[in-house]
Ligand binder design. Structure first.
Ligand code: PLP
Length: 388
C-alpha cells in the first residue's frame, strides 16, 4: 500500500536541492569559529547564506540583525523574553498582546511574562480567524499609556487553520498604535504569494527550516537592530553574542538550498488548485455533517485545509487515515505526539462537544496530480465509513 504524506505544516519534505546535496555526501563543515582553512571555509558558507537571506528578503543589514538558531520557538523566545528582561532590568513593565489562536509558544511566553509581572492581553478572533483591527489598535493604544512598551505577537500564517493575516494589517496596527510587532512567519514560505516580501517597518520575523524543506533543527530570525536585548543563550559569544553556540553550518546551508527551490519552484497557484479540488470533495462528502474551517477567511495559506466532522474525534480519524495510507494531522503536534488544537476551534466559536477536534491536511509543495488523486480516494473512502 502506498502512503501519502500530507502533513507539510508539521514538517515539509526535504527540498530536491537539499536531498541532492546530502546524497553527494560532501557536507562535513568545520567549526566556523576555527581559524584554519576549513574553519574559514565554514565561516564563508555561513556568511554567504547570511548575504543570501538579506537579499532574498530585501532587508538592510543596518536595520535588522540576522541570527541563526534551532527554529522559530527559539527565535520567539529570544526576542520576547529578551525585551521583557531588558524592560525588567530597567524597572519597566511591558505589555504582550497575542491572539487566542496563536501557536503554543506564544501562550507559554504570555504565562512567563505574566509571572514576571508584565501585562498580557489575549485578543479574540471570529469564526473565520480574523481579528478586529480597530479594536486591537484601541486596546493597544490605551495599554501603551500604562506600560513602557507594547509588543504584539502577529502570527502571519496560522499553522493549523491556514488563516493568513497580511503584513499590511500588522503595518496598520503598528502605525496607528505605535507598538512593536513580533511576526511569527514560520508557516509563510511557499504557502502565501510573495512570501519573500517582508515589511521593513515590523520588528522581528522568525523562520524554521523544516517548514520549507531545509533540515529540521535550524532556523533564523531578523530582529530590528535598534532593539538591543540580552541573549537567551549565552556562552562563546557567537553571532555577535545574540545567540551563543557553534553555528550549525550544514543546517544553515540547507536553508538557502531549500529557499532557492521555493523561489524557482511552482507558484502557489498550482497548490491552490489542488487544495480547491480537495475541498470540493470534502464539501460534497461531508455535506451538513462537517465543514472546512475558515473557508470564508479573507486570505488563506494555499496548501492548508482544516476540517471538522460533527461528533467524530479528529484523533480517531487521523489514525484511520494513517492506517489507510494518508498521513495528516489533528493540529499542532507538541511533545510525545500530543495534539492540542481544541483551543483553536473553541476560540473560533466551535463547541468541542459537537466538534472534538479538526483534521489538518497540509499539502507539500512537491505533491503531484496523481498523488493528490490517490489521496482523495483514500480520504473519501475513510470519511464515508465514518459518515454512515
Ligand atoms: C505558526 C508557528 N509558529 C511557531 C512554530 C514553532 O516552530 P518550531 O517547532 O520549528 O520551533 C510552529 C510550528 O509548527 C508554527 O506552526
Amino acid at each position: 500500500m502506498s502512503s501519502y504524506y500530507l502533513d507539510s505544516n508539521s514538517k515539509s519534505p526535504l527540498s530536491d536541492s537539499v536531498k541532492r546535496f546530502l546524497l553527494k555526501g560532501d557536507f562535513d563543515f568545520s567549526n566556523p569559529g576555527s581559524i584554519h582553512k576549513s574553519g574559514r571555509k565554514a565561516r564563508e558558507q555561513v556568511d554567504l547564506v547570511t548575504d543570501y537571506l538579506y537579499k532574498l528578503f530585501n532587508l538592510k543589514r543596518s536595520s535588522y540583525h540576522l541570527f541563526f538558531h534551532s527554529g522559530a520557538t527559539e527565535g520567539v523566545n529570544t526576542f520576547m523574553r529578551g525585551v521583557a528582561a531588558k524592560a525588567a532590568n530597567q524597572g519597566d513593565q511591558i505589555a504582550y498582546f497575542y491572539s487566542s489562536v496563536d501557536h503554543p509558544v506564544s501562550f507559554a511566553i504570555a504565562r512567563l511574562l505574566k509571572e514576571q509581572g508584565h501585562i498580557t492581553c489575549q485578543f479574540p478572533v471570529d469564526r473565520n480567524g480574523a481579528f478586529d483591527l480597530d479594536q486591537l489598535v484601541g486596546n493597544i493604544t490605551s495599554t501603551r499609556r500604562k506600560v513602557s512598551e507594547v509588543f504584539l505577537n502577529y502570527q502571519a500564517v496560522n499553522g493549523v487553520t491556514g488563516v493568513v493575516w497580511p503584513l499590511s494589517w500588522a503595518n496598520r496596527v503598528k502605525k496607528e498604535s505605535g507598538c512593536y510587532i513580533n511576526v511569527d512567519y514560520t508557516q509563510a514560505p511557499g504557502r502565501v504569494d510573495q512570501w519573500e516580501q517582508l515589511d521593513d517597518s515590523l520588528d522581528a520575523y522568525h523562520f524554521s527550516g523544516h517548514k520549507f524543506g531545509a533540515l529540521p533543527g535550524v532556523g533564523f530570525s531578523f530582529i530590528n537592530s535598534l532593539i538591543t536585548i540580552p541573549a537567551l543563550v549565552v556562552g562563546g559569544g557567537q553571532q555577535q553574542g545574540i545567540r551563543s553556540g557553534t553555528e550549525n553550518v550544514l543546517g544553515i546551508y540547507t536553508l538557502q538550498l531549500a529557499l532557492e527551490d521555493l523561489v524557482t519552484g511552482a507558484t502557489t497557484d498550482q497548490i491552490l488548485l489542488y487544495r480547491s479540488e480537495l475541498e470540493q470533495l470534502l464539501q460534497k462528502t461531508l455535506d451538513n455533517r462537517g465543514e472546512v474551517i475558515a473557508n470564508r477567511a479573507c486570505y488563506r495559506a494555499a496548501n492548508t485545509t482544516y476540517f471538522v466532522v460533527k461528533g467524530v474525534k479528529a484523533q480517531e480519524l487521523v489514525v484511520a487515515l494513517d492506517i489507510a495510507g494518508l498521513e495528516v494531522s489533528a493540529g499542532t503536534a507538541c511533545s510525545s505526539g500530543v495534539v492540542i488544537d481544541y483551543y483553536i476551534l473553541e476560540a473560533m466559536g466551535y463547541s468541542s462537544a459537537d466538534y472534538p477536534g479538526g483534521v489538518r491536511v497540509s499539502l507539500p509543495p512537491t505533491i503531484t496530480y496523481d498523488q493528490l488523486h490517490a489521496a482523495k480516494t483514500v480520504l473519501s473512502g475513510v470519511l464515508e465509513r465514518y459518515l454512515v
